[in-house]
Ligand binder design. Sequence first.
Ligand code: NAG
Ligand code: NAG
Ligand code: NAG
Ligand code: NAG
Ligand code: NAG
Ligand code: NAG
Ligand code: NAG
Ligand code: NAG
Length: 418
Amino acid sequence: MISVWWLLRSLFLHTGMSQLRAVTWFEAQTICRENKQSLTVWKNESTNFYWTGFYKKTSHWIKIIDCYNATEIQYGNVNFVELRDSSPQLCQEHCLRKNISLFAVQARKCICLSDGFDYSKSKLDPSNCNYMCSDTTLLSTDCGGETGFNVFLTDTTIINVYSRCLSVECGATPKFTDYSCKFLLSSICSNLVDDWLYSSWTKTKDYCKSTGAYPVGNLTLSNVTMACIEYNLSNTSPGWIGVVKELHNKQDQGQLITYPDQKFITSCMKCRVNYTTQEPQCQYEFCNDNSISEVYCSKNNSVGKYTDTTSEISSTLVTTSGLPIDLKARSTEILLIQIVVPVVLVLLFLSGLIFAVVLYIRRKLSKEKDSKVDTNPSTNDSRIYSNVQPQNSDNYCELQQPYSTSGSTDYSQLQFDS
Ligand SMILES: *[C@@H]1O[C@H](CO)[C@@H](O)[C@H](O)[C@H]1NC(C)=O
Ligand SMILES: *[C@@H]1O[C@H](CO)[C@@H](O)[C@H](O)[C@H]1NC(C)=O
Ligand SMILES: *[C@@H]1O[C@H](CO)[C@@H](O)[C@H](O)[C@H]1NC(C)=O
Ligand SMILES: *[C@@H]1O[C@H](CO)[C@@H](O)[C@H](O)[C@H]1NC(C)=O
Ligand SMILES: *[C@@H]1O[C@H](CO)[C@@H](O)[C@H](O)[C@H]1NC(C)=O
Ligand SMILES: *[C@@H]1O[C@H](CO)[C@@H](O)[C@H](O)[C@H]1NC(C)=O
Ligand SMILES: *[C@@H]1O[C@H](CO)[C@@H](O)[C@H](O)[C@H]1NC(C)=O
Ligand SMILES: *[C@@H]1O[C@H](CO)[C@@H](O)[C@H](O)[C@H]1NC(C)=O
């Protein structure tokens, strides 16, 4: 019994002192959200790495349609919004919330177009749509122009391509190919001008624009055979088309991020203060990186709930200050529940079993020996056993208490603050 107890005790001490539980960016975000906060935006919270509220998110597929006359686009469309940035991906997000997949961008203006939009009318040469976009990596000069709007189409089809730039091969077996945007491929411009130039996706788009067209974008993504037929494509080597995913730079607003949305969040910013230089060191990292065990939330999130792109524009950044949540408390609670409690139960069961076996053997022996002699050791034994049990539960509390109290103070502090 005593040796079992020591085994148990050393197990407690060992797991109790093991390293802190690491959290992914999503877990850290959830901890803050559950406390009605968002992740910190300060870059000077700790000398150990921690997650900040900054992250990068990919958009849905954006298909380039064309450049259209601004007067025509705006006619009858008074309901445009002014975005925070000139950015096709922000406009896509805004229109998707209204369940509209066709959208037009001119600088910070964003218009969600109705299904009745006439594609064939009032097209302009791409040279009329050369405004720079901010916060983009691929559609960098495609935010309309003085007289034009760039029109795009959203496609939420999930295809098995990891690159943000889509390429297609239309031969005997048509397929969407998966090449990095920097890879040199041939161009498939919508005027189907032949070219023997191999270039990156961005160079391809610029090349097509210089010939008065865009890379073909209005393709069916759910059926590549159909896509090849739509433009009579027969290229037997992969070529770039006008279908891309943009990257957003985003900031946590303390909103619920459901699993399908998590897949679009590709990298998250972690920071630490360099101990020697006292300068913050920040870098984007795979969001499921599990080497981080400190969580800092905003003290007050008066940015409020994330509702609409329009409210996002008007809201300004508030000063936030970090509040560490000691994960030791959480991790130990989890350890106690997940590991230690089952171990205790199993050990208690085993010791009970041993006790029963011992009792059984003794009873068997007692049949051979004098019964009066035998009852004494038996009661003595059960006394040892009952001694072990309170000692056991005492120690359990003693180990749990410091953590759980520190945990509850943390939470009450949080509640008080918010
Ligand atoms: C971080 O820096 C800001 C000013 O730049 C300061 O107000 C804040 O107190 C600092 N936070 C920490 C944890 O040092
Ligand atoms: C755009 O359309 C308006 C009205 O239809 C027309 O007056 C204008 O010349 C057009 N602009 C361009 C650049 O073609
Ligand atoms: C969005 O549009 C599709 C069809 O275009 C429709 O099936 C769906 O119910 C709409 N969703 C919402 C939320 O309006
Ligand atoms: C895009 O494709 C759809 C369906 O294939 C078609 O109805 C529409 O006219 C096309 N738009 C352009 C600009 O080619
Ligand atoms: C894809 O499109 C082609 C041509 O229209 C058609 O024959 C084929 O059945 C389609 N495939 C699927 C899976 O829908
Ligand atoms: C594809 O080829 C057919 C027949 O050759 C032609 O009628 C059609 O207009 C072509 N489509 C495109 C988009 O070039
Ligand atoms: C801190 O900064 C100094 C000087 O830039 C650098 O040499 C050192 O490696 C940094 N420390 C860490 C832990 O990155
Ligand atoms: C936190 O923000 C809310 C508004 O969202 C405000 O009413 C409240 O006073 C703020 N609390 C503190 C402690 O600043």
